[in-house]
Design a protein around this ligand. Structure first.
Ligand SMILES: C[S@@+](CC[C@H](N)C(=O)[O-])C[C@H]1O[C@@H](n2cnc3c(N)ncnc32)[C@H](O)[C@@H]1O
Length: 308
């Protein structure tokens, strides 16, 4: 990650903007805000010819489907959480897209200052025209800043029921940093907290031999290398069978794991090779984590009660 707005954040936002050009009944995600966050090059690239647009959507199928998966689990969980924390926020527009569902529930975003600043400029440009959720932003570099301190500095309540979103981030960290982040979420959120995230996988589950070969060649090798060139290399991957144990060691119990193939069939997308490289997880904070540890609720500063 360099000190400029994240390129991968714009790329995944671009895929959502491309999805938005489809008729409503054909969209996987419905993100009317995505195009607003694109640079002029990104907006120009949206005006591709029909063949390129079609190919772009194919390439984006998994990215669109993972966003939709998280939309769905978030909306279902919102009545039962006190706050939402979106870590590695990029140009995620859910705070506005789901403003009505949120009501007054606080929405916290954490991102690198360079990306957060660019997002803030776009948001300011639309001040008055967009809904006004209770959205608070911590602009910090998580390589040098503590997530808990960053969140509490903008009003996050430790120990309250939290919905954590960690989308498109785990693959850019080392395994040790992924474990640390997952444990950190479990310590920050109280009982009843939820987590939605995705992983990159090294072994496409259930892919046919030819699909797996093509998937590996086209996606698992080419895409990470390309991302390395733009300064955001992939560092971590796990097969779906590794996700449950990894989460369990970090204080989470997997509620649902959906492979790219599962998502493809859910949204009637073609089961093509590029879909096989990632999977999504919905997890709940494990009840009894480690009897030796101090209960999370007792870590909440006096007078800071969970909302609701
Ligand atoms: C691939 S983007 C995903 C963005 C968003 N979650 C989405 O799916 O649209 C990864 C995000 O992680 C953020 N990020 C990467 N390294 C970071 C760091 N060291 N500190 C804070 N944020 C970081 C980037 O700025 C970027 O917004």
């Amino acid at each position: 990650m360099q000190d400029r707005p994240s390129t991968t954040a714009e790329v995944v936002c671009w895929f959502r903007a491309l999805d938005q050009q489809l008729p409503p009944e054909q969209r996987v995600v419905d993100d009317a805000y995505a195009a607003r966050f694109l640079t002029k090059h990104g907006r120009a690239a949206l005006r591709l010819g029909p063949v390129a647009r079609h190919a772009g959507r194919r390439l984006a199928d998994y990215i669109r489907a993972r966003h939709r998966f998280i939309d769905d689990v978030l909306v279902a969980a919102l009545p039962d959480v006190d706050q939402v924390a979106l870590v590695g926020a990029g140009y995620d527009a859910r705070a506005w897209r789901f403003a009505e569902h949120l009501g007054g529930t606080p929405w916290f975003e954490v991102d690198h200052p360079a990306t957060a600043a660019r997002k803030a400029k776009v948001v300011a440009r639309h001040d008055g025209a967009w809904p006004r959720p209770d959205r608070r932003v911590a602009a910090v570099d998580l390589r040098t800043h503590d997530l808990g301190q960053a969140l509490t500095s903008v009003g996050f309540v430790r120990g309250a029921r939290t919905f954590f979103i960690w989308e498109g981030v785990s693959m850019y960290l080392s395994e040790a940093d992924v474990s640390r982040a997952l444990s950190g979420f479990a310590e920050l959120g109280g009982p009843g907290s939820r987590l939605a995230l995705d992983f990159w996988t090294t072994s496409p589950p259930g892919a046919s031999a030819s699909a797996a070969q093509r998937g590996r060649a086209a996606v698992e090798r080419f895409a990470p290398r390309l991302l390395g060139v733009i300064g955001e290399p992939f560092l971590f991957a796990t097969p779906p069978s590794g996700a449950g144990p990894l989460l369990a060691r970090s204080g989470w119990a997997a509620v649902e794991i959906a492979t790219a193939r599962d998502l493809a069939s859910r949204h009637d997308l073609p089961d093509h090779a590029a879909l096989h490289a990632g999977f999504v997880v919905h997890a709940a904070r494990a009840v009894a984590r480690d009897p030796e540890r101090r209960p999370v609720d007792s870590a909440r500063p006096a007078g800071q009660e969970a909302r609701r």
